[in-house]
Design a protein around this ligand. Structure first.
Ligand SMILES: C[S@@+](CC[C@H](N)C(=O)[O-])C[C@H]1O[C@@H](n2cnc3c(N)ncnc32)[C@H](O)[C@@H]1O
Length: 465
């Protein structure tokens, strides 16, 4: 009935499953994520009608559950992303990397880019916006390969629909030109999506099926962090093999290749780093090794690289051709959308559940149950911080929600905030013992335990801290 994390020790099968996940996907799940792994495996076991977790893990290990790795990987990997995430990197790509590539590729006027862990397409979408907005690239043959382990995320990328939060970083002129409202979401212009090929690729499982042509720009952001050092080294080696001699590689804003490999060298772009082959056209002052890591670069005072810091007065981008705009969405109330989100979540359709929840929140941001559902989804997506924020929002709106408070306490405990967690568990017990506590009508007894079970769990958690 309940998907709340139990606070007890994980069974042996979960340790075995975590090891299988690491071998299959490269992701080394930290102890704090084992509860999510257990809940996910338990839901999948039920959906498949298997007797117990042991049977599920054994069948997975034996490869006798077709498509199951895909489903599991989708639920375990972290898809946090947004357009223009780490804006200084995009600014350097615009002002420094593209002008250099334009020069290097002037003869054949082709650019090949790769977003190697593209999530739901926010990153390749951002790159497409920059390339489409560069007047000097007009008439060029440019394209982006966008790959990810998660086929559901790729399908979502192909649909190109994003919530307000995902596109908050898009500069208004680009938003006006390249996004169209679709109900509560925004659609990235299909002409940009047509420049992006979305393909599944597991970085942890070579060989990689990639086009032969080397890449001029590779984005490998916020994925190496989930891998162990040996796998990081292997992945970077292979990426280096696919990077053109004049190519550029970007990692996540807080990632570095220091101590990972020596083949590519760090190029200091002032307020961020990129990596290039040794001997690539001298570009910016270079930093190598421990003297200045990418992490340090993030906190360093921003200073311009030697490219122009301001957008040159450019000819305006060509106006987009008129696009067919579908009629308005049928009106749905926030509660209806929330009920639909709950149904999706119960059927393990997380992305749809997220979409409906976001829509419900857009219609009624003061509904505490919508915030609780957002918290559940964040937690399932491995974003415990986001879950805590959403649950706090729910409790701010309605402090008597004991079920939400129990869930918050569990998240805090997993984040190591033991004292705060304990306070919340005590509050749950106090509320329910005095007969208080308002039920969450849509979630009660379905995705959250009922009030009796909530009290039992809170008491048990206080007895076994
Ligand atoms: C935090 S997101 C990063 C998205 C984007 N690169 C960014 O920085 O905004 C991590 C992505 O890595 C993907 N991923 C995890 N393990 C992977 C693997 N072994 N191969 C390919 N992609 C993987 C996940 O599915 C997820 O979409």
């Amino acid at each position: 009935m309940s998907d709340l994390p139990d606070e007890s020790r994980e069974p042996r099968e979960i340790a075995e499953l975590a090891e299988l996940v690491r071998r299959e996907t490269g992701s080394d799940l930290p102890a704090g994520r084992l509860g999510v792994l257990r809940d996910t495996a338990e839901r999948r076991r039920r959906a498949l009608g298997l007797a117990d977790l042991e049977a599920y893990v054994a069948a997975l290990a034996a490869g006798s559950l077709p498509g199951e790795w895909q489903r599991l990987a989708t639920r375990l990997t972290i898809k946090e992303s947004s357009f223009f995430r780490v804006p200084q990197q995009w600014e350097r790509i615009r002002t420094k990397v593209l002008p250099e590539l334009l020069h290097a590729r002037a003869a054949n006027r082709r650019l090949r880019c790769w977003s190697a862990a593209c999530a739901a397409g926010e990153e390749p979408g951002t790159l497409a916006l920059l390339l489409a907005d560069a007047p000097a690239l007009a008439g060029w043959d440019w394209s982006i390969l966008a790959t990810d382990l998660d086929v559901e995320a790729l399908a979502e990328a192909g649909r190109g629909l994003y919530g307000e939060r995902a596109i908050a970083g898009v500069p208004p002129p680009l938003r006006e030109t390249w996004f169209r409202r679709r109900g509560s979401l925004w659609e990235l212009d299909p002409r940009l999506r047509a420049r992006i090929a979305y393909r599944p690729l597991n970085l942890a499982r070579p060989p990689w099926l990639l086009p032969e042509e080397a890449f001029d720009l590779v984005l490998l952001r916020n994925v190496l962090i989930y891998f162990r050092p040996e796998l990081q080294r292997l992945v970077v080696e292979r990426v280096a093999d696919r990077l053109a001699p004049e190519g550029w590689l970007f990692l996540g804003g807080s990632e570095t290749l220091w101590r990972v490999q020596e083949r590519l060298v760090a190029v200091d772009l002032g307020d961020c780093f990129a990596y290039r082959h040794e001997g690539a056209a001298p570009a910016a002052p270079r930093a190598r090794g421990p003297a200045r890591t990418a992490r340090a670069a993030n906190t360093a005072k921003a200073r311009p690289a030697d490219g122009p810091d301001r957008r040159p007065a450019a000819a305006p981008s060509p106006a987009p051709a008129a696009l067919p705009v579908p009629g308005p969405h049928p009106p749905a109330s926030a509660r209806e959308q929330l009920a639909a989100a709950v149904r999706h979540l119960e059927a393990d359709r997380l992305r749809e559940a997220e979409r409906e929840t976001e829509a419900a929140l857009a219609l009624d941001p003061a509904d505490p149950e919508a915030h609780v559902l957002a918290g559940l989804l964040c937690d399932l997506g491995g974003r415990a911080d986001g879950a805590v924020a959403a649950l706090r929002a729910a409790l701010y709106l309605e402090p008597g929600l004991a079920q939400a408070r129990l869930f918050l306490a569990g998240c805090l405990r997993r984040l190591g905030e033991t004292a705060h967690a304990e306070r919340q568990f005590r509050e749950v017990v106090a509320t329910l013992e005095r007969g208080g506590g308002r039920r969450l009508p849509l979630l009660d007894g379905r995705l959250l335990p009922d009030l009796g079970e909530t009290l039992r769990r809170a008491r048990a958690a206080l007895q076994s801290p």
